[in-house]
Design a protein around this ligand. Structure first.
Ligand code: THU
Length: 162
């Protein structure tokens, strides 16, 4: 038997140390979180996607009485970006969440399904992008979704056995 140790790198920034565009992206994620439709969980999430041309695309979670029919903020934002700007590479995505009228003290990290979708976008554009995860105290920054999704399943797997 042998073990494989997987390592990952996340940088932790005080908000003030983020670049101006990153601060803007985080503020957009915070702003749009307030407009989420989350009557069931009351957990409002906002996501802001920075495109290569400088444009920022936003999204938030949209819930449904039939729970699985809802969608997370990250996927709402990234699918809108890809649907409307199919040639624009993604530079970064910021995520923020708000519960009971307050932004979360813990960093908000993307769920497994969103990580898988973000991986597809990195693969599609052959370009890693930053994931900025906001909390009251600090921002966690991953330089690629691969840092949040070890042993991921991607298109290369589909070709590996043919
Ligand atoms: N949610 C997101 O929007 N993004 C995530 O990465 C985690 C969870 C939403 C889904 C649901 O509407 C609510 O948060 C509670 O899970």
């Amino acid at each position: 038997m042998k073990e494989i140790n997987l390592t990952t790198k996340i940088s932790v920034y005080p908000i003030e140390e983020c670049s101006e565009i990153e601060k803007k992206l985080i503020n957009e994620a915070k702003r749009v979180a307030l407009n989420a439709y989350a009557p069931y969980s009351k957990f409002k999430v906002g996501a802001a996607v920075l495109l290569e041309n400088g444009q920022i695309v936003i999204g938030n979670n949209q819930e449904n009485a039939a729970y699985p029919s809802g969608l997370c903020a990250e996927r709402t934002a990234i699918f809108y970006a890809n649907a409307n700007f199919p040639d624009q590479k993604v530079e970064a995505i910021a995520i923020a969440a708000c519960c009971n009228g307050e932004y979360t003290k813990e960093v908000v990290t993307p769920c497994g399904s969103c990580r898988q979708v973000l991986l597809e976008v990195e693969n599609r554009f052959k370009k890693p992008f930053k994931i900025l995860m906001y909390s009251h105290e600090c921002v966690y920054v991953a330089n690629s979704i691969r840092d949040l999704l070890p042993l991921s399943f991607g298109e290369e797997m589909l070709k590996s056995n043919v």
